[in-house]
Design a protein around this ligand. Structure first.
Ligand SMILES: Cc1cc2nc3c(=O)[nH]c(=O)nc-3n(C[C@H](O)[C@H](O)[C@H](O)COP(=O)(O)O)c2cc1C
Length: 166
């Protein structure tokens, strides 16, 4: 069972989660970069609008070949209660047919993961992927160590090693 973790991270929290998952699940990992400038207050506002409208963006790598993988994790921060433009763009460029998929999202402490997870699920299911699990983490006021510990807790609680056969 070959596992791949694909993630986008703006300020690093989702990246910490993805790297912790990759280490414990012996999974390959690919970080998607958004080539649009997302820095600063004004761009944060525009980013929320882009996410809300599900606007596409320029990403690197521009697509990912999933052929070799049985299980794919997709991770994104929540922006405006939606997945990020980078992940929305990527999903439309991949062939999800026959793939098992696990979704994860990070958010502020008052956020809800439901709309983001639901939207990811909708888009990937439409393209033939099968969502087998999903989880989320509230990252506000958490140190990198907290995020690592919380992710390790999720790996245990959801028995994620079972899906990857490790
Ligand atoms: C443009 C933007 C919009 C956001 N919108 C939301 C939101 O609607 N709900 C929420 O709970 N958190 C929101 N957040 C907070 C992020 O989801 C949270 O900080 C996340 O952990 C960041 O992950 P990262 O460090 O991997 O980029 C937003 C952050 C940004 C930059």
């Amino acid at each position: 069972m070959k596992t791949l973790i694909i993630y986008y991270s703006g300020s690093g929290s989702t990246k910490i989660m993805a790297r912790t998952l990759s280490m414990h699940l012996k999974a390959d990992i690919i970080g998607i970069k958004d080539l649009k400038n997302r820095e600063g207050f004004a761009n944060r506002l525009l980013s929320s609008i882009d996410a809300f409208r599900e606007s596409k963006t320029e990403i690197s790598p521009s697509k990912v070949d999933l052929t070799d993988y049985d299980l794919i994790y997709v991770g994104t921060p929540t922006w405006a209660n939606k997945p990020t433009p980078a992940i929305i763009t990527l999903i439309d460029r991949c062939n999800w047919k026959g793939k098992d998929v696990i979704l994860f999202t990070t958010m502020n402490k008052d956020g809800s993961d439901e709309p983001t997870i639901e939207r990811l699920e909708e888009k990937i299911s439409m393209r033939g992927g099968r969502i087998v699990e999903s989880f989320s983490l509230k990252t506000m006021d958490k140190s990198p160590e907290d995020i690592i510990n919380d992710t390790e807790g999720i790996i245990q609680t959801l028995v994620l090693k079972m899906y990857s056969g490790v």
